[in-house]
Design a protein around this ligand. Structure first.
Ligand code: UDP
Length: 240
């Protein structure tokens, strides 16, 4: 069903919001569905898949700051939240018969390996899905930016950003403006000049500077992960 993928190795970014199914915490049904899609995509295409998982379903440092917390401390809470999502995804992927490893940017030896890029590459070469947790391990960063950085460091050919509730990048908010136009392809410089949303500017900048293409696509449509991994034309491609 899926065409042969043009990619040997991809970095899939899953926003944390998706994992919660709209609530705080992890919705196992949602995570199971995502795991099934990743397993199918891997089997159908043979592409090596690394994953960065967000944590917005637990905490966002910026939101905790508004409520009176120190931003850096809230950011660490946000990073710890991503690790719970990683473990949930790992569990459901292994139930699908996919071998996995979780690597975290903040070491926690009992639950995951530390982030070691060369080891991550070895896992990928052996057909394991590598799940990166705890973001970049640094406050004031986001998991979108982490996704771009990890993709560059492990030599992924594209960043596949699965988004919730939006099927690509628009020239204005499609929820507020019915005439909003969706881009099929956009140059990262234009994205930044126009101040567009949906993907973090720092992530777009990092991808643009390093000529790494980035695809923003909607996760809710069943099978979209497979389509993205197979290089099908869905969503918006940000590339130079
Ligand atoms: N975070 C951080 N540094 C990182 C990655 C994440 O400080 O390198 C914190 C930050 O507070 C962020 C939260 O973790 O709000 C959850 O990550 P993010 O908002 O990127 O998750 P998503 O939007 O994908 O659910």
């Amino acid at each position: 069903r899926l065409s042969k993928s043009p990619y040997k190795r991809v970095l899939l970014k899953l926003s944390g919001e998706v994992f919660g199914g709209g609530k705080v915490g992890v919705d196992p049904d949602v995570v199971q569905s995502i795991a099934r899609q990743i397993a199918e995509a891997q089997r159908a295409t043979g592409t090596q898949i690394a994953v960065v998982v967000g944590g917005g379903n637990f905490f966002r440092g910026a939101e905790l700051k508004i409520r009176g917390m120190e931003q850096a401390r809230g950011d660490y809470m946000g990073m710890l939240g991503t690790v719970m999502n990683c473990l949930a995804l790992q569990d459901f992927l292994e139930k699908q018969g996919v071998e996995t490893r979780v690597q975290t940017a903040i070491t926690m030896a009992q639950v995951a390996e530390p982030y070691i890029p060369r080891k991550a590459i070895r896992h990928l070469e052996k057909g394991r899905v590598v799940i990166f947790g705890a973001g970049a391990g640094m406050p004031f960063f986001t998991t979108d930016t982490t996704a771009a950085q990890r993709a560059l460091e492990i030599g992924a050919e594209v960043v596949l950003m699965a988004k919730q509730g939006v099927d690509g990048i628009y020239d204005s908010d499609p929820k507020a403006n019915p005439d909003a136009h969706r881009f099929d392809v956009i140059d990262p410089r234009e994205f930044l000049v126009r101040g567009l949303k949906v993907i973090d500017a720092a992530a777009v900048s990092l991808c643009g500077d390093n000529k790494l293409p980035l695809l923003a696509f909607e996760l809710e449509t069943e099978g979209n992960i497979g389509r993205a991994v197979a290089g099908e034309k869905i969503g918006t491609l940000v590339c130079r």
